[in-house]
Write a protein that binds this ligand. Structure first.
Ligand code: PLP
Length: 436
């Protein structure tokens, strides 16, 4: 039975109703579908808050946990994160403007990106953004001319290959992000950051990748950052007072995955940084983290309606749904995996292996190639794909001119639409016809 099998992947408030429907945040998902239609994204507020609380408890101060907005951001999400007293990591002008629209305080925002434009930096300056993670020499040049007054962190690539998909590894020497420790490049970056007028060098940043299960990569990165902090002090006389180890904590997407508890990961990293600095007789730094997926991922579900069911000669059964790679590009982009259950029949035996296909004009648009689902599923059943809260809506596109789904925040039996459904009119509004 899918509900029991997938319990640990579902949002923490997931339950089943007496008539066999999936319930999340006290809301019957079938009723949500009647109200909002499909495809539908549902985010469980309690799960978001409890994940955040686990990390904050280990870091010791909510403002040192920057929620990584790239995983899922909209005005309401920024308001929710602000309400928890957390910081917010933005990596583009669009994310920054979203935060500002939500009234998110600038001093709790950290701004990333390997190509921040002069215009984006100007928005950051006007909003008094608290921290900027410096990523290139060109950016240092731009900052020097920006009249900015903020804390600067230097992003380093510690030469660590995290055990994850190559597209979400960011800590290797040939990454597009940050400054390599090799050849004195990072030291040169710190030297130049120290000279940026009006700004303060606060410390170092490293984010080694995403969906990481093995903490070995973090251990090594922390050792290298600590060595480098000692080098910075020796060579430049500058103290590293802040160390930001990014995010990347792996979550469970499929039945067999067994990530370390979030508290353990956050505690391990925070303690390790302090221990390694102490070993080198360095002043204890403030430790910052930037979790995205581990806060939003398993809080989210995507509900689709099955429109066609087809059996191929080789025996493969396809159930095609009314969304796909436009609302969840991760399987096509990273080969990533998901589980699914039927929201209208959570207790049905999952005795079939079904390919859940999207409706887009791409053979690769298959959300789950081999989902365990009831063999008798049929047109009209509601397929609920689990753990879609992170990097789904935020990476959504209008491929095949498909409007993006709405996002519904559920809590205590209330459903609040926090992103409305896009319409074809929204899409067409950007088109400029040729003059006749
Ligand atoms: C700099 C930085 N910080 C934080 C994150 C969040 O990572 P995750 O969502 O895996 O926690 C990312 C994601 O790629 C990132 O690039």
């Amino acid at each position: 039975m899918s509900f029991g099998r997938l319990r640990s992947i579902l949002p923490s408030t997931a339950a089943r109703s007496s008539d066999g429907h999936l319930v999340v945040g006290g809301c019957d998902v079938v009723k949500l579908v009647e109200r909002f239609g499909t495809p539908l994204m549902v985010m469980d507020r309690t799960t978001i808050e409890s994940h955040a609380a686990k990390i904050i408890a280990e870091v010791g101060d909510a403002s040192r946990v920057f929620y990584a907005g790239k995983s899922f951001i909209c005005v309401a999400m920024c308001q929710l994160i602000d309400g928890l007293g957390m910081g917010l990591d933005v990596c583009s002008g669009g994310e920054l403007e979203t935060a500002l629209r939500a009234g998110f305080p600038g001093d709790r925002i950290i701004f990333h990106g390997n190509n921040k434009s002069a215009d984006e930096l100007e928005v950051a300056r006007a909003a008094n953004v608290g921290r900027i993670v410096v990523d290139s020499f060109d950016e240092i040049h731009r900052l020097a001319g920006s009249e900015m007054s903020t804390k600067l962190l230097v992003r380093i690539t510690p030469g660590v290959e995290a055990q994850t998909h190559q597209y979400v590894r960011t800590g290797g020497e040939d990454s597009k992000f940050g400054f390599a420790l090799a050849d004195g490049v990072a030291l040169d970056a710190v030297r130049r950051v120290l000279e940026v007028p009006g700004c303060t060098f606060a410390g170092l940043h490293a984010h080694i990748g995403s969906q990481i299960f093995d903490l070995g990569g973090f251990d090594l990165a922390i050792k290298r950052i600590s060595d480098f902090a000692a080098h910075v002090l020796d060579e430049l006389g500058a103290q590293v007072t802040e160390v930001n180890m990014g995010g990347g904590f792996g979550i469970q997407y499929v039945e067999w995955e067994d990530p370390l508890p979030l508290q353990e990961v956050a505690r391990g990293i925070a303690q390790d940084v302090k221990k390694e600095f102490k070993k080198r007789s360095l002043q204890e730094p403030d430790v910052f983290l930037e979790p995205g997926r581990s806060i939003a991922g398993s809080a989210g579900l995507t509900v689709y309606t099955i429109g066609t069911v087809k059996e191929r000669a080789g025996g493969r059964k396809f159930a095609s749904v009314d969304g796909g790679m436009s609302d969840n590009v991760r399987p096509a982009l990273y080969g990533s995996s998901h589980e699914a259950l039927l929201a209208n029949r959570v207790d049905a035996k999952d005795d079939g292996i079904i390919s859940i296909a999207g409706k887009h004009c791409e053979s690769g648009d298959v959300i789950i190639p081999d989902a365990k689902l009831p063999a008798n599923l049929s047109v009209g059943d509601l397929v609920c794909v689990t753990a879609t809260g992170a990097y789904n809506y935020s990476m959504a596109s209008n491929y095949n001119r498909t409007p993006r789904p709405p996002v519904i925040l559920v809590a205590d039996g209330n459903a609040t639409e926090i992103v409305r459904r896009e319409t074809i009119e929204d899409i067409l509004a950007l088109d400029v016809p040729l003059p006749r």
